[in-house]
Design a binder for this molecule. Structure first.
Ligand code: BG6
Length: 479
């Protein structure tokens, strides 16, 4: 279904995110027929360039990062006709009048994507108003990192609030745009089967793993100041935890969903220092270590975190949520596993064996779900129990169409145009998340804590395995 006609300005339009994600994403939506014929996309950045130069850059970006969808040159030309460029000085006067002259009054949706560092948010917001580009209907999209800690996040929120209402601000966490992450809500709230068991009485614990094989790439400068805690846990992992732990919202509507997520964050206990393991990948063979990658030989930043968290409320009292994420691990594998308690009594005797049910939701790759069910081992050997998976894979279930599933950015940008904030973070949510992570990071700094080394291609430091082991539990394999 096509969205309404729009003018979308991408500040930072020549940057990495725009080239890798935003522009190819918009192109794929165009190919799917979702973009109306009078949509306009305007790149804005410091670089001096004309429309034709920008279109060449966009075409090259789509060829390189467009992925999956085949579009002939005619289609690409059609898309490029909707694309233009204005050189703009975010901190000065240059280019703003021209940008204003490109905006069309009759178009229902006007959106501004701040694909720039947070230090420019205030300048952009202010100039959008002083040059008359923004109205009460305009929307702005901002990227993470949304602040570095609670104080900076509050300052950013305050800066944006000077010029825009909360209903106009779309804070992106691209994990919320992932198909399988949204599926989490469908599984929980669309089935009668799981929800009655989704609590401390029946769930033994929950594991959330976001494992990556990539290192810090060319982003060492940013990453070394952030670490896994700020880069992944404060946003992506906390969002996953919220979706797993939250109460059913009354409706799938922005504030109903975000109110429930906020309650989860506020119910999180402070994490005890011995419930956290930090790691940093070490040199192995030809593979450089983290410190070489970030060009900081004394870095004490973590590229891995594992921890045990508690959501202190009626539903989850004493049910641990173990979460971990890291770079240069064994496999790229993101999974949420809900591990149910053992049956209270085995009528077959302990010798038959016991298996707890595990609902595993694979976020990426090989998206799908598996429910482990206990059955009788076939054969005449008496009653011996075994665990078998009831397996659903997106690719098998939906065939080639599954490959056409929109990437997180495509979906989220279309939601901005539709004016749907459900999958975007509200200001208070982001602040609550920082309020929980800040003391953890401050604790490390006060104690002069150093991360534990771990091998490239492993499952993280030994201590992370011990974190589970001490509780008589085991991480699920990263594979
Ligand atoms: C980003 C982080 O937000 O998410 C990166 O800054 C990380 O460090 C990336 O690699 C992971 O996203 P995805 O979609 O590849 O799982």
């Amino acid at each position: 279904i096509p969205v309404e006609p729009f003018d979308l300005v991408i500040f930072g339009g020549t940057g990495d995110l725009a080239r890798r994600k935003i522009l190819p994403g918009l192109f794929r939506r165009y190919c799917s027929g979702q973009m109306p014929s009078d949509a306009r996309i305007i790149g804005a950045a410091r670089t001096d360039m004309d429309d034709a130069g920008f279109r060449d850059m966009v075409a090259a970006a789509i060829r390189e990062f467009g992925g999956g969808r085949s579009c002939d040159d005619g289609t690409l030309d059609g898309f490029l006709e909707r694309v233009g460029y204005v050189a703009v000085d975010a901190k000065g006067e240059g280019g703003w009048k021209e940008l204003a002259s490109r905006m069309r009054d009759e178009v229902p949706v006007r959106a501004f994507y701040f694909s720039v560092g947070p230090s420019l948010f205030g300048d952009l917001a202010e100039r959008l108003h002083s040059f008359g580009l923004a109205s009460e209907q305009s929307r702005i999209v901002v990227e993470k990192p949304f602040g570095h800690d609670l104080e900076t996040a509050k300052a950013l929120n305050a800066t944006l609030a000077k010029h825009f209402d909360e209903e106009q601000i779309y804070r992106i966490d691209h994990y919320l745009g992932k198909e399988t992450v949204q599926n989490l809500m469908a599984v929980r709230f669309g089935n009668m089967l799981f929800e009655p068991l989704w609590n401390a009485q029946y769930v033994d614990h929950i594991q959330i793993t976001v494992a990556e094989t990539v290192g810090v790439g060319g982003r060492g400068g940013y990453y070394d100041k952030s670490g896994a805690m700020r880069d992944m846990v404060q946003n992506h992992l906390m969002q996953l935890l919220c979706l797993i732990a939250m109460e059913p919202p009354a409706r799938f509507e922005p504030n109903a969903v975000r109110d429930e997520k906020l309650k989860v964050i506020r119910a999180l206990d402070p994490v005890l220092p011995h419930h956290i393991v930090r790691g940093q990948y070490a040199k192995q063979g030809d593979e450089p270590d983290y410190r070489t990658d970030v060009e900081n030989p004394r870095s004490s930043t973590e590229s891995f975190v594992a921890m045990k968290c508690h959501v202190s409320n009626w539903r989850w009292a004493n049910t641990p949520f173990y979460i971990r994420t890291g770079k240069k691990l064994r496999a790229r594998a993101s999974e949420i596993a809900v591990v149910f308690k053992d049956a209270p009594h085995s009528i077959f005797g302990e010798e038959a064996g016991r298996h707890s049910n595990v609902l595993s939701i694979r976020l990426q790759p090989n998206e799908g779900m598996t429910l482990g069910v206990t059955i009788k081992e076939p054969g005449p050997g008496g009653m011996r129990l075994m665990d078998v998976p009831l397996d659903m894979s997106f690719a098998e279930e939906f065939g080639p169409e599954a490959e056409e599933v929109p990437d997180a950015y495509e979906r989220l940008i279309m939601d901005v145009i539709r004016g749907n904030q459900t999958l975007f973070m509200r200001g208070d949510e982001v602040e609550a998340a920082w309020a929980w992570t800040d003391p953890i990071i401050e604790g490390w700094q006060k104690r002069g804590d150093f991360p534990k080394p771990y091998d490239v291609g492993s499952a993280g430091p030994e201590d992370s395995l011990m974190l589970m082991h001490r509780d008589g539990r085991k991480w699920r394999e990263i594979k």
